[in-house]
Design a protein around this ligand. Sequence first.
Ligand code: CP
Length: 347
Amino acid sequence: MSGWPHRHLIDLATFSLEDFATVLELAQRFRVMPVSGSRKLPALQGRQVTSLFFESSTRTRSSFELAARRLSADVQSFSPSSSSLSKGESLLDTALTYVAMGADVLVVRHRCAGVPAALARDLDRECRGGGRPVAVLNGGDGLHSHPSQGLLDLFTLARHFAPEQPTPAALKDRTILIVGDVLHSRVARSNLWALTACGAHVVLCAPVTLLPEAFAAFVAAPPPGQASDPVANRGSIRIERQLERALVGADAVMTLRLQRERMHQHLLTSLESYHRSYGLSQARLELCGPTVPVLHPGPVNRGVEMSGDLLDDPDRCLVAEQVRNGIPMRMALLYLLAARGDELREA
Ligand code: CP
């Protein structure tokens, strides 16, 4: 683990296949370790993890904080509404205040794409000027990226296909269908980088208002600022507008929340018509095999992206498993960014 090449975690476009393998291996180790309640690992003893969430969250924030505690870190939470932001303090000065209190990792969520990356650059500049190194972990920024969710989804799928050895190879040549509001989804973007890196073929399905044609070329070129793609042979991306056709041949189906808070135009006729055309149900899933699982990053609009009975079916729906896997995955990420060396062996 000592060769981990990333000082921050901003997105998954910079991850090599080896990086994905490292993260999955570590998450699996944490997943099977009996760590809960008062049983903790000492890996981050003396380290401080601060969550700076400028946008609401249930899963990401709570599981990062739980993951940090299970690694014996000190945890600090920040609440924007009761903070000195209301007195005009800037985001950077807020972050620097927590760094002055000892933060080693800042987990940052913001409604604007690019905020975690900008903060990481600013903190690196401070560090070069004599400050302490601080890692920034993107907890979701605008439409850009949600890397920890992309990784926990990858982990959940890898464990589904290969429970004992959830490596990137478990995804090779699998067909993963992603249905829904791709346009507004940072989760979909992170999943596209992760799944294609592991050799999965992704089918995207939604009306054109929620899925512009350009997504078919999403991983065709490295993102701005990157000279080349760190992954040599990616899986493909294909767009299919009709859900019934898209379901045939899928090895797993991920459906996405309709992000009405980010929709500034009339992109849908109605939620009912969306559900009729793109909602998942037990009957529709008969078009794929009986063991094909359904995932959703949450929160779910029950009865819109999928029917209530499907959401409540633990044999078919992996939503609760995704939440469970979020803790070991976030332990792995915190460990890689903040542990000082071989502390895992001391556990
Ligand atoms: N999936 C996800 O990011 O959920 P939260 O918004 O609850 O963190």
